[in-house]
Design a protein around this ligand. Structure first.
Ligand code: IVH
Length: 684
């Protein structure tokens, strides 16, 4: 933190607070992408770096630290559709490090704390799946729960039962009365490749990595589909324990094995940190040959009494740490640098690479983030570069092999390239991104339209990227409002467009004229404003004119809107081109305005003010669609049934929520009744 002087003036202090707020919101966003959407945008390593930076700032500026900071709690994987169950003992996360020095410091801290010369450790592979807790009572499998928020998680018992290796009964005689057994559900590499190959054939989107596929599978509501995909499990620890005791970590391991449970292959029991390091290196060597994905080693203190003495922070035990392996790296040639135009006009440089296989898939492009990144790494067209996919997600250029640089190579001039491409752009002071000045760039318009038409925005069914491209290419759409002037004849003339689909699209566009205000607010693409913030805004400012005129300070008073977002919204509405576009759109739309302080959905809708739970699989709605339909109808969706629930919507294989609803006397809607209620204009 040398960069920050401790004797802060006001603007430093504001910068730091803003940076911390940005870090908190970015971390929360990436947590959600990773745990809930199973679609991470950044590598684990990059994520860990954000957390580390926030933790460092919190240490240096404790006054600006929040009690609920992501550095102090484990993430949350709970999702709608599952019963929530409390863990008897919380499920913690692990501190992690990529550095040998920090690992040795971990050992030093523990030795000091426990007053010992050398400590015994157990080194296990860190399996890259998702954490699970299995409860057995007198040897009988009772339930399986995900980590959730660490205190309570999703009951995924039915899905875990599809895993052949999970015994209904434990073997042997020395069985505890009650035990929570902790471990990892994962997808083997081979099964991952098989499923992705199948999806590719079917033209479906591919899963990014085995972890996301495992997590997505475990959260499916269709148990038969879960059974078709081969999930696996390894158990490595215990939570709550009654009627048994273990002295050492390796005793736990041995008992789990004796009871007939699968444990991680290749674990080492060692004395001292040097031997620990050797075991970690041995594991790294083995890694490529292991049948499951591993991204590191977990180092645990053997002595369980000492574990208890070391205790834990609010997030992680002090007696264990994970050492993450560096990502696999490959060498390839960077052929050219292209410029991608985003919907906010941001211009992002992309490395077009000679295709190469990295961590299981072919990589041919990698984002270069921005001008500074290119300059910092001195990346040039024609260079040989090292690339990696940290966490097996987003490819990145790590560094240039300058020895192999062609003699005629020239530094990449970002501004000049923009000029050559005819982009009139500017780089705003203090920011790293260049932005287009003009709003009429076709690529940008393409991105804006895709966003505008998206499910979380104006929700225009059938208006996909390909159609949008044609509409723009043919000059039928020069700005968003033009969408509402398209004729059926124009649509019919598009490539591969039959009468029926033209009519459907025209109808979908028509229907989108009457959306809720928040959908437009999100669809406008105001930087930093996501769907949730748009809902918060619409609720606080049901009057669009009042919102447009609002000062940043009053925007910031809205729950969920921070200073950066407030500035961004204010700035957006001040821009004349934006004002004109909004005016033109408003002429076309008949927006539904929320009553102040009602839900963001339709306050006259059939489920206005009601709380619903959805369980089992519905024929005509995915889980997201059912949720969106309920919200649009003014209702709220929660994950678990309680006395506050008004309706439970029940599909096929509903599970325990139905029983609970019946017990509480809550009104049950089958799919037909649910659909009828949605179509009904009156209240349910
Ligand atoms: S022990 C209280 N051992 O890594 C400590 N965790 O980043 C509990 N993981 O939440 C964790 N392999 O989901 C442990 N051999 C292993 C593991 C392991 C994978 C996961 C686990 C944990 C996460 C922390």
């Amino acid at each position: 933190m040398e960069a920050f002087s401790k004797a802060m003036n006001e603007s430093d202090s504001r910068d730091i607070q803003e940076r911390m707020e940005w870090l908190r919101s970015e971390i929360a966003r990436h947590e959600r992408l990773y745990r809930v959407n199973n679609a991470p945008e950044i590598s684990d390593q990059a994520f860990d770096k954000l957390v580390r930076e926030l933790a460092d700032l919190e240490q240096d500026y404790p006054l600006f630290a929040h009690a609920d900071s992501p550095t102090r709690k484990v993430g949350d994987d709970r999702s709608a559709g599952f019963l929530t169950v409390a863990h008897r003992e919380p499920m913690q996360s692990l501190d992690n490090t990529y550095s040998r020095d920090e690992l040795f410091q971990f050992d030093q801290r523990l030795r000091r704390l426990l007053d010992r010369e050398a400590l015994d450790y157990r080194v296990e592979p860190k399996i890259d799946g998702l954490a699970i807790s299995l409860t057995y009572e007198d040897g009988v499998f009772i339930r399986a729960v995900t980590r959730g928020n660490g205190v309570e998680g999703d009951d995924v018992t039915a899905n875990v039962r599809t895993i052949a290796a999970v015994p209904e009964r434990l073997k042997g005689k020395d069985l505890p009365e009650q035990i929570e057994i902790r471990g990892e559900v994962y997808m083997g590499n081979e099964e991952f490749l098989r499923i992705n190959a199948e999806r590719e054939q079917a033209g479906k989107a591919l899963y990014r990595n085995p972890r996301n596929l495992a997590s997505g599978t475990l959260k499916l509501l269709d148990t038969a589909e879960v059974a078709r995909r081969k999930l696996e499990i390894a158990l490595y620890g215990i939570g709550h324990l009654q009627g048994a005791a273990f002295e050492r970590q390796s005793d736990v391991h041995a008992a789990l094995e004796r009871w007939g449970l699968p444990v991680p292959s290749n674990a080492w029991s060692v004395t001292g940190i040097e031997a620990t390091w050797e075991a970690i290196e041995a594991l790294d060597e083995l890694r490529a040959t292991l049948p499951y994905p591993t991204d590191g080693a977990v180092i645990k203190l053997e002595d369980r009494a000492a574990q208890a003495r070391a205790g834990s922070t609010s997030k992680a035990p002090r007696w264990a740490i994970s050492y993450k392996f560096a990502a696999e790296q490959k060498e390839t040639r960077l052929n050219t640098i292209t410029i991608q135009v985003g919907r906010t006009g941001a211009l992002t440089p992309v490395a077009e690479l000679e295709p190469v296989l990295v961590a299981g898939s072919i990589v041919s492009r990698a984002t270069l983030h921005n001008e500074d990144e290119i300059r910092r790494k001195d990346i040039r067209e024609g260079d040989w570069v090292i690339i990696e996919k940290a966490g097996e997600v987003i490819p990145a250029v790590v560094r240039v092999l300058t020895d192999k640089r062609p003699p005629d190579s020239r530094a990449f001039d970002f501004a000049k390239r923009l000029e050559t491409l005819g982009y009139e752009a500017e780089r705003i002071e203090g920011q790293s991104a260049w932005r287009l000045k003009a709003s009429d760039n076709p690529q940008r318009l393409q991105r804006q339209m895709e966003h505008f038409a998206g499910r979380q925005a104006m929700d225009i069914d059938g208006l996909g990227s390909e159609i949008i491209r044609q509409l723009i290419d043919r000059g039928l759409i020069r700005d968003l409002p033009d969408l509402y002037h398209l004729t059926q004849e124009q649509l019919l003339a598009l490539d591969k467009f039959a009468e029926k689909s033209a009519a459907n699209l025209a109808e979908a566009i028509e229907a989108s004229r009457e959306r809720d205000l928040w959908r437009l607010l999100h669809g406008l693409g105001i930087p930093h404003v996501g769907a949730q913030s748009a809902k918060d805004l619409a609720r606080a400012f049901p009057d669009l004119d009042a919102l447009a005129a609002a000062e940043a300070s009053s925007l910031q008073a809205v729950d969920g809107i921070g200073p950066i977002m407030a500035e961004s919204i204010h700035g957006w509405f001040e821009d004349e081109a934006n004002q004109a576009r909004l005016e033109a759109l408003r002429k076309e739309l008949r927006l539904k305005l929320p009553q102040p302080d009602s839900a963001a959905g339709d306050s006259d809708g059939p489920f206005a003010g009601k709380t619903l739970v959805v369980t089992g699989s519905l024929e005509n709605f995915s889980r997201d669609e059912a949720k969106a339909a309920i919200e649009a109808a003014g209702g709220k969706v929660t994950g678990s049934v309680s006395s506050k629930t008004d309706f439970v919507v029940v599909g096929d294989s509903p599970g325990s929520k139905l029983a609970k609803a019946e017990k509480l006397g809550i009104q049950i809607l089958d799919e037909a009744a649910f659909q009828a209620a949605l179509e009904d204009k009156g209240k349910a």
